[in-house]
Structure formats: structure tokens, C-alpha cells
Design a protein. Structure first.
Length: 160
């Protein structure tokens, strides 16, 4: 049987657990604490941080946006960039609305000639597509809906 990569690590940990632990020499502790106290004294007295100590936000809106964006994960920044690019492309490529939508009119304001031309164009498109003219819905259904009990099956289910 071949040893797994975890087995040597387990053996090493067992060997370390069997070894007695030794305390650090006391002079090391005193030396380390003395150096830490000297470094703290060189920095000056510590005072509690307040909101006034925080760096102020830049007044430039672009820098504010940059500061806000740098706090966001890269995935969200990439998604925002894709959306911004899509909106920019859509803005520059999209054409101005024309016709009925641009005028803000409704169907009642169309001239009878325009309605006839639209119907003729629709009929021609349906003919080219090989489709038939859609039928207008019947005012009454073919048969009135029956009771739901008529939908049930006459036979009984078998459980055996």
C-alpha cells in the first residue's frame, strides 16, 4: 500500500507532540518588551481615533466615484462597467422613435388611408410568410363550459 501525502505530516505532528516544550529564555522576553516600548514611545502617545481623524472625502465627484468603486469587489466593478458600456452603446446607436410612437398619438387619430395602408401591408406580409389572416375571436365559445365533474374518469382507481 502506497503512503498518502497526508501520512508523513501526521507522523511529523506525532513526533512534535512527543517532544517536551521549552519556555523562551527570560532575557528574550525582557529584550522584546523593551524594544516594543521604545517603538511605542517613538510613535508618540496613542489617542482614540475619532471621525475627524479619518481622511476627508474628496470634493471632486470623479474622485468620490473612484473611492466608492475601489471599495467594491472586482466582480461588481466589472458588471458595472459592462452595464455602462451597454448603456453608452445603446444611447449612441439607437435611432429616434418615428411614426406613431414619436407623435404620441393614439389609433383614433390615424387617417383612414393610413389604417387601410397598414392593413394592406399586414396582409402582404402574412401572404409572404405563408400564414393565413388571423380570425377574429368568436363572440361566444363553441360550447359552454360544463361542470368539472364531467372531467372525472368514470372508472375507479385500483390500489392492488
Amino acid at each position: 500500500m502506497e503512503p498518502t501525502p497526508d501520512q508523513p505530516l501526521d507522523d511529523f505532528e506525532r513526533q512534535l507532540a512527543r517532544m517536551p516544550r521549552r519556555a523562551a529564555p527570560p532575557e528574550w522576553r525582557a529584550d522584546i518588551l523593551a524594544k516594543a516600548d521604545a517603538a511605542a514611545a517613538a510613535r508618540g502617545p496613542e489617542r482614540p481615533r475619532s471621525r475627524a481623524d479619518a481622511p476627508s472625502s474628496p470634493s471632486n465627484p470623479v474622485l468620490q466615484l473612484w473611492a466608492w468603486l475601489t471599495g467594491i469587489s472586482p466582480a461588481w466593478r466589472a458588471l458595472a462597467a459592462v452595464w455602462a458600456a451597454c448603456l453608452a452603446v445603446n444611447h449612441f446607436i439607437a435611432e429616434a422613435p418615428t411614426g406613431l410612437l414619436a407623435s404620441g398619438g393614439d389609433r383614433g387619430s390615424l387617417a383612414p388611408e393610413q389604417i387601410a395602408a397598414a392593413r394592406a401591408q399586414r396582409a402582404e406580409l402574412l401572404q409572404l410568410a405563408g400564414l393565413s389572416e388571423p380570425r377574429s375571436p368568436d363572440p361566444q365559445p363553441a360550447r359552454p363550459p360544463g361542470p368539472r365533474s364531467a372531467l372525472r374518469r368514470p372508472e375507479r382507481p385500483s390500489f392492488g
